[in-house]
Design a protein around this ligand. Structure first.
Ligand SMILES: Nc1ncnc2c1ncn2[C@@H]1O[C@H](COP(=O)(O)OP(=O)(O)OP(=O)(O)O)[C@@H](O)[C@H]1O
Ligand SMILES: [Mg+2]
Length: 221
């Protein structure tokens, strides 16, 4: 994943732990890009029509071991890459990713896989033009996710890897481990780190500023 992708479009990623505000900013940014007159396509993690149903079913029945988990998510990504992401990039669209391969790097390594094994699995992935990383501490994530979903999710709390029977404790430990992994990746992959605890409007301004420059550089008339 070292070379620039070379397609006509622009590949922009928003990353961060569960509840960090990714979808909020993907939506706001997509509106901004469209208002500026560019074509924009959003691709969200685990939404492949072919694969996501299988993942959801396996999660519901709690029958995923960590390797199957990794491979199914990689298959979901690959299906979207071939059918959504690359065609849109070739056609000169801005493609906004709600999570990217870094989510797999983080989750799979927290679940015990060697990071190099995971990186290899996704070695064919196009390198993004910009990666925004929303950094939010677990105590704020807990409040946001409970307000949004009414409860903490089994997997978002790392219950599948048996950290603790106390869901709050499990959530905190799991999310801290994820944050540690993101911290390692942010330097290696030049993430633009944003303090995700700021107001949505302020975060959007920061993102817009960077994206405006990238749009001008890429689509200079
Ligand atoms: N900057 C912010 N300040 C306060 N609340 C926020 C902020 N950004 C998002 N939220 C709220 O936090 C919740 C989670 O946001 P959002 O769904 O965008 O996160 P996400 O990263 O996409 O989560 P998930 O990983 O579950 O998909 C939502 O209820 C959203 O309105
Ligand atoms: Mg989301």
């Amino acid at each position: 994943m070292n070379k620039n992708h070379g397609y006509n479009g622009l590949l922009i990623v928003i990353e961060g732990t569960d509840g960090s505000g990714k979808s909020t900013h993907v939506n706001l940014l997509s509106q901004y890009i469209k208002n500026e007159g560019y074509g924009c396509v959003v691709s969200q993690w685990k939404t492949s029509r072919l694969i996501s149903g299988i993942i959801n079913e396996a999660k519901e029945r709690n029958m995923l071991n960590t390797t199957t988990f990794s491979l199914l998510y990689a298959a979901d990504y690959t299906d979207r890459l071939e059918n959504e992401i690359i065609p849109a990039l070739k056609a000169g669209f801005v493609v906004l990713m709600d999570r990217y391969i870094y989510t797999a790097y983080v989750r799979d390594s927290v679940r015990g896989h060697d990071i190099n094994w995971v990186k290899n699995l996704y070695s064919f992935a196009p390198k993004p033009d910009l990666v925004f990383y929303l950094n939010v501490t677990p105590n704020i994530l807990i409040k946001r996710l409970i307000a949004k979903n009414g409860a903490l999710d089994y997997f978002e709390s790392g219950r599948d890897i048996g950290i603790s029977n106390d869901i709050y404790k499990s959530f905190e430990i799991y999310q801290k481990r994820c944050l540690e992994e993101y911290k390692k990746l942010k330097k290696e992959y030049n993430f633009i780190e944003i303090d995700g605890t700021q107001k949505k409007e302020d975060i959007h301004e920061l993102i817009k500023k960077e994206v405006k420059i990238a749009l001008e550089n890429k689509f200079k008339k």
